[in-house]
Design a binder for this molecule. Structure first.
Ligand SMILES: [Zn+2]
Length: 598
């Protein structure tokens, strides 16, 4: 009986543990394409082993058919023509594409374990009914044949970019949608953001022998067959695969032994300046990797490619496509930004549709930190707050009244501007301000812990928050609630009155709805200063301060609209009182944050 009880307890423990444990789907792609560069079309044969690691039985699957977005009347086209501030690269260009300029994927065949399947293409989504239900912890094999046409370069993917790159091949194959604890994410391709299962890719590209091919993964072989080369690339543990091809690519390789990394650069020799910029970029990219590896966690792959292509800059696993004809600061800036996406999205694979602020915002934050530490001779950021520019952008933007909560689905923001400022700017401030709340040391140790625990997975905002809470021993749900889920603002003001000869009272008033821990600096006439720190009671703790020059005051209970500090000044004379001396709290009205004494 006792034995029985023991096993029963063990079983229920394992069961309850399992029911809360993290899982993710897994894919293994083997894709062969035969590319016809005269017609800009290719035939694809695609094997996909799909592992259902969920607890659910799956009866339907969905694939993204991104090229179908580049057709007049597509959702992407309609959305671009109806937004008040469309992306300049798109505008009404899709509506004007002719038959041989559009993109498409035509599915010729789809099978599951040899059985042909009923399927239906709805714009950029292929809906497929399974022949057999896919049970939990089982895998199944899909086989697809398709004919695809590469669209004229409009956005990210396409042929004949304005810089003359023949093929920028992003979002180019039928890609199975992600299924997670929130179900399917078969979002139509309207503007942006990607989310897909983790797995391995084995991709063979047969293309005219004059082309040089750059891609995600490692080049395993290159075989000549008649007038074509077959390029075979393999990539392990990634959630996308990009490639690009051009006959005029220069291909430079820089080995960075200290980081166990090979950097590859593909660009055209358009002019001397272009060549010198792309040569100079190579050592700087290596320096960026060295710094980022130390600061944000070690890059796990052995290769990264910076590829001229596309229409701006876009991140992919182990590679980026960027436009190349730029000034040097702009070229380095876009490269560092896209490299950092290897951390925020390519390895910490958040669902960008809902959490664009966690990839664009975190990337923008880390980019500024990297600039400030490695390249400040070029970017000249304010070292006290390298994100000052982001704070100012946010302050200016909220005056337009167009702000929407960060938690908005990225395709559903009413303006591109609201998406841009929300995800890049407010997302970057999210981290800087988190450093203000929990202390800078805990911010960086927490970011590394987040990376080490969640790389190769799909963390969400609460996974991140839990890590930061554990790291700092501070409760942070209120911060997420206000900063991400509302557009409430931070605004505090200072008031001072003399109580008597030796006591001065400082009143701090909360004007904005969002509560924050408060720091106040009092500077005396002899220029000595005191730093006061008021945590919020809902933090259930206070930040870690490595400098103990800080005077900790009692908690502020957020329901109170003001807080009083009585200063015993004795004979001293106050010169100045400053609310938020670090400038890292995004107080929208700074005019009432400083009081100077005569
Ligand atoms: Zn980005």
């Amino acid at each position: 009986m006792l034995m029985f009880k023991f096993f029963f307890l063990l079983f229920s423990f394992l069961f309850s543990f399992n029911s809360y444990s993290y899982w993710q789907q897994r894919v293994e792609y083997k894709i062969s394409i035969d590319f016809d560069h005269k017609n800009h079309q290719f035939l694809g044969e695609q094997n996909l082993k799909y592992f259902n690691n969920s607890k659910d039985t799956i009866n339907k699957v969905y694939f993204h058919l991104y090229f179908n977005a580049f057709q007049p009347g597509s959702m992407m086209d309609v959305r671009s023509r109806s937004l008040p501030d469309p992306d300049r690269r798109v505008m009404d260009r899709i509506s004007k594409l002719s038959k041989n300029e559009i993109g498409f994927h035509q599915i010729k065949k789809i099978e599951q374990d040899g059985k042909s399947l009923i399927h239906h293409t709805q714009g950029t989504v292929l809906e497929v009914e399974l022949a057999y239900p896919l049970m939990p912890n089982q895998s199944t094999d899909f086989y697809l044949e398709y004919l695809s046409q590469v669209p004229v370069q409009i956005r990210r993917s396409g042929r004949n970019s304005k810089e003359g790159i023949d093929y920028s091949m992003a979002q180019w194959f039928p890609k199975i949608a992600e299924y997670d604890e929130n179900g399917w994410h078969a979002n139509p391709y309207i503007a942006r953001e990607f989310y897909a299962p983790w797995g391995d890719f084995d991709v063979s590209i047969s293309i005219n022998k004059d082309y040089i091919v750059a891609a995600t993964g490692i080049l395993e072989s290159k075989k000549k067959v008649n007038n074509k080369n077959i390029w075979n690339f393999k990539a392990k543990d990634v959630h996308d695969f990009v490639w690009a091809a051009d006959p005029d690519y220069v291909h430079d390789i820089l080995k960075v032994d200290s980081e166990n990394l090979e950097l590859h650069f593909y660009y055209q020799k358009t002019n001397d300046e272009m060549v010198s910029n792309w040569k100079r970029l190579q050592d700087d990219t290596a320096d960026a990797f060295r710094y980022i590896n130390k600061k944000f966690g070690k890059y796990p792959y052995t290769k990264y490619s910076v590829i001229q292509g596309g229409d701006g800059g876009m991140e992919y696993p182990m590679a980026t496509l960027i436009t190349g004809e730029r000034s040097y600061p702009s070229l380095l800036s876009v490269t560092v930004h896209e490299v950092l996406h290897s951390w925020y999205q390519m390895l910490l694979g958040t669902n960008e549709s809902y959490l664009a602020w966690m990839d664009e915002g975190f990337t923008s934050f880390a980019q500024n930190i990297t600039f400030n530490n490695e390249f400040n001779d070029i970017y000249k950021l304010d070292s006290k707050n390298p994100l000052e520019g982001s704070y100012n952008r946010y302050y200016n933007f909220i005056k337009t009244g167009l702000e929407e909560p960060l938690s908005t689905h990225s395709d559903h923001f009413s303006t591109n501007q609201a998406y841009g400022v929300g995800s890049y700017t407010k997302g970057a401030i999210f981290l800087m301000q988190l450093g203000y709340i929990i202390g800078e040391e805990k911010l960086y140790s927490g970011l590394r812990r987040y990376y080490n625990e969640w790389k190769f997975k799909h963390p969400d905002e609460y996974d991140f928050l839990r890590i930061m809470e554990k790291e700092s021993d501070i409760e942070l749900d209120w911060y997420m609630d206000y900063w991400v889920k509302t557009t409430h603002q931070i605004d505090y003001s200072l008031e001072v009155f003399e109580k008597d000869k030796s006591t001065v009272s400082i009143n701090i008033n909360r004007i904005g709805k969002m509560p924050m821990p408060i720091e106040v600096q009092v500077i005396y006439d002899d220029l000595k200063s005191e730093n006061y720190y008021i945590p919020l009671s809902i933090m259930r703790g206070e930040k870690y301060n490595s400098n103990d020059n800080i005077i900790l005051l009692k908690d502020w209970e957020w329901v109170n609209e003001s807080y009083q500090i009585d200063l015993d000044i004795e004979e001293k004379k106050i010169n100045k009182i400053i609310l938020d001396p670090s400038g890292k709290m995004a107080d929208v009205d700074k005019s009432n944050n400083t009081i100077e004494f005569e």
